[in-house]
Design a protein around this ligand. Structure first.
Ligand code: F6P
Length: 328
């Protein structure tokens, strides 16, 4: 598409926050300044676009944010933006500020909103994948995923210490409503006895057999990782079922929850976010609209948002196989 002249870019973070979002905002803003553009922060995601929470950003706003978790622009899941009236209000506010392009940092819900908005109002826009879930097609990694895996694995290491001291069986629930990426990586990276993910159903009987076999092998501790959206239920539900079948086990459940969304971003997430922030601004300048900037095989790739969200990425069959081999 023939590039439009862009003068003012609005940047926002939307949906569940992810470590590295601040680094992505900072890179977007710095790149904008580099190309002599004016940069605007849209606070609280699409909610703030509708409520006109929009401020011009200066260099002082992005000092020392790269290394911080969360998002200084704040985030929200907006129901109103799903309505035509909500999007109309949002458009009117952008027009008031003369914002003529958008960078949207978020997961599949946020990018779905961006796609809809672009089709209705045609404002040049580009997405940056920011979600701990890693479930977007068009990029090898999403911002926040690596940090979330590190957080989960560090927490599981601690659980392992106490599990071993007491010969206990722990069910640890990690985040991932529809995607098992954190679970499978945490499982491989912490020597889990089994990993239950939303993409694959593991019958309880099979889990029982695996745990029985491990008892026979005198394994000192057992940790089962359960993705919150697991097909057989959450960690509490599965622990209850197992307790009925293996009453001799001393069973505990830990839900890691939102601690996986916080904390300073890892080196990998900082670098990924920084590269994608620059790529987003350069993409807009080059006339790449309604796309998501991602990294595949260490190269920047722009994928139509429609493809990135429709092609929901599932855990690789091979990763699942590796986890299985290493847990028997
Ligand atoms: O999409 C990221 C994510 O952390 C999911 O893994 C999780 O299911 C969901 O967000 C939780 O969302 P909320 O913080 O709105 O409860």
């Amino acid at each position: 598409m023939e590039p439009k002249t862009i003068k003012r870019i609005g940047v926002l973070t939307s949906g569940g926050d992810a470590p590295g979002m601040n680094a992505a905002i900072r890179a977007t803003v710095r790149a904008g300044f580099y190309y002599n553009l004016e940069m605007y922060g849209i606070y609280r995601g699409y909610e703030g676009m509708i409520g006109n929470e929009i401020k011009k950003l200066e260099t002082k706003h992005i000092y020392h944010v790269l290394e911080r978790g969360g998002t200084f622009l704040k985030s929200a899941r907006s129901e109103e933006f799903k309505t035509a009236e909500g999007r109309k209000k949002a458009y009117e506010n952008l027009t008031k500020h003369g914002i003529d392009a958008l960078v949207i940092i978020g997961g599949d819900g946020s990018l779905t909103g961006a796609h809809l908005f672009y089709n209705e109002y045609g404002i040049p826009s580009i997405g940056i994948p920011g979600t701990i879930d890693n479930d977007l097609a068009g990029t090898d990694l999403t911002i926040g995923f690596d940090t979330a895996c590190n957080t989960a694995i560090q927490a599981i290491d601690k659980i392992r210490d106490t599990a071993t001291s007491h010969d206990r069986l722990f069910f640890v629930e990690v985040m991932g409503r529809d995607a098992g990426f954190i679970a499978i990586n945490a499982g491989i990276g912490s020597a889990a006895a089994a990993t239950l993910i939303p993409e694959k159903k593991m019958p309880i009987e099979r889990l029982v057999e695996r745990l029985k076999a491990r008892t026979a092998q005198m394994k000192q501790s057992n940790i089962v990782i359960v993705a919150e959206g697991g097909k057989s239920g959450g960690a509490v539900e599965i622990a209850d079922k197992i307790k009925k079948q293996l009453p001799y086990y001393d069973i505990k459940v830990t839900i890691l929850g939102h601690l996986q969304r916080g904390g300073a971003p890892s080196a990998l997430d900082r670098v990924l976010a920084s590269k994608l922030g620059v790529a987003a601004v350069e993409g807009l300048i080059q006339g790449k609209y309604d796309v998501m900037a991602g990294i595949i095989n260490n190269k920047i790739v722009y994928t139509p948002i429609a493809k990135a969200i429709v092609g929901h990425k599932d855990v690789d069959e091979d990763d699942f196989r590796v986890a299985k081999i290493l847990s028997t």
